[in-house]
Structure formats: structure tokens, C-alpha cells
Write a new protein. Structure first.
Length: 228
């Protein structure tokens, strides 16, 4: 066999390999979105369990790629809401470890999704001694994701959500607006449009809280302690 023919076959094989992985990842993302946004709560745990099996199989098939580990972590973390507290904490810790592994393999994978998910876990998870929650680490992870993908719906939405959780309302409003303005991906219209709708709802909540806080501050000027 000629050397050029052998190289061509290797390149073709590599391309088919990548296409198989990409197709599988896209299917997993679509199935996750369907479970997360459309499946009734009582049926979610079983659906996540089936999807988790698919992500684990993909991780074993493509151990040198970060993406399957990221999706394995996302599915584990998503399903934690359907589990008892002990199982949920175990799942969250496993998800964190999978995301750290994915970052070691390729921090840029899925436009920084490992950092987005990890940052979200750090600010939503209980703090020590119960778990590993840490606002400073969450901020660092989410800002890293934004540097990798400044125009992503998820990177802007989840950073805004973090800012909202820390009562940084003005900054949260800005990043929710950015998430809403980003066009949805043609290959994942359903998932992206659902997240954009969540961003719109969160933006309204943020603006309502700003108005409420401003009214409270205004009213405080006229309380019995202030007016003398």
C-alpha cells in the first residue's frame, strides 16, 4: 500500500470517528433537554438513568475526549434533584470529579461547558462541612467559561444566575440580556430557546428585585429613625 493511500485512510477513519462522536453527543444533548424541560417529574429519574448509561458507554468508547465526561457529569447533576439527600450529594461529588477530569483532557471542550457546569455546582452546592460549595471558586469557574465563550447563551445565563444569587442585580441584568440576545443554535434550537426563555424570566425577576429594593431604600428615608 502506498504511503499516501495509508495516510488518506487514516484521515478518513479519524473523520468518521469524530462524526460518530459528534452525532452521539448531539443526540445526548437533545435527549437531556427533552427530559429536563418536558418530562414529568415522576418520570425523570428513570429517564436520566437510561441517558446516564448512554453517556457512560460513550465515555468508555472515547476516553481521550472530554465531551462524554462533561455530559456524564451534567446528567448526574441534573438527576440529583430526583434523589434522596445522601445519593444526591454523592452524585454531585461524582459530577465534580468528572468535570475536573474533562478539564484536564481539554478545557476548551464544548466551548468551556465543563467550567460552566462546575461553576454552577460550586455556588448551588452546600458549603463545607456538608459539601464543597464555594462562591469564590464558582465565580472563577464561570468567568473562565466566559473567557472561552463570551457569546454563549449558557455562559452568560449561568454567570448572570450566579450574580443574581449574590444580589449583584445590575451586573446580573446585563448578562441575562446578553444571553437573550445570542442566537439559538440551529442544531439545538429546542434546548437553546428553552434557556433563553429562562433568561427572560430571570431578567424580569432581577428587574422586579431592583425595583423592590429601590422602593425599600426610598421608604427607609422616611422611617421614624431617619425623619427627625
Amino acid at each position: 500500500m502506498k504511503k499516501t493511500t495509508f495516510v488518506a485512510l487514516l484521515l478518513l477513519s479519524s473523520q468518521c470517528f469524530a462524526e460518530t462522536l459528534n452525532d452521539s453527543l448531539q443526540n445526548i444533548e437533545s435527549e437531556w433537554a427533552s427530559i429536563y424541560y418536558s418530562t414529568p417529574k415522576p418520570k425523570q429519574e428513570a429517564a436520566y438513568s437510561r441517558l446516564l448509561d448512554k453517556t457512560i458507554n460513550l465515555s468508555r468508547q472515547f476516553p481521550e475526549y472530554a465531551e462524554p465526561f462533561i455530559w456524564e457529569a451534567i446528567v448526574k447533576a441534573s438527576n440529583a434533584d430526583n434523589q434522596d439527600p445522601v445519593s444526591a450529594l454523592e452524585a454531585i461529588h461524582e459530577a465534580r470529579d468528572l468535570l475536573l477530569k474533562a478539564i484536564e483532557i481539554n478545557p476548551q471542550a464544548m466551548n468551556g461547558s465543563a467550567y460552566v457546569t462546575l461553576g454552577t455546582l460550586y455556588y448551588m452546592t452546600p458549603k463545607w462541612p456538608i459539601a464543597f460549595g464555594d462562591d469564590a471558586t464558582a465565580k472563577e469557574m464561570l468567568q473562565t467559561a466566559l473567557k472561552i465563550n463570551p457569546n454563549g447563551i449558557d455562559t452568560n445565563y449561568f454567570y448572570a444566575n450566579y450574580l443574581l444569587s449574590t444580589n449583584n442585580l445590575k451586573e446580573a441584568e446585563k448578562y441575562f440580556e446578553r444571553a437573550i440576545a445570542v442566537p439559538a443554535r440551529t442544531e439545538q434550537l429546542y434546548a437553546d430557546n428553552q434557556l433563553k426563555e429562562e433568561a427572560k424570566s430571570a431578567l424580569k425577576q432581577t428587574r422586579d428585585r431592583k425595583i423592590s429594593r429601590s422602593k425599600s431604600l426610598f421608604a427607609s428615608l422616611f422611617n421614624s429613625e431617619s425623619v427627625k
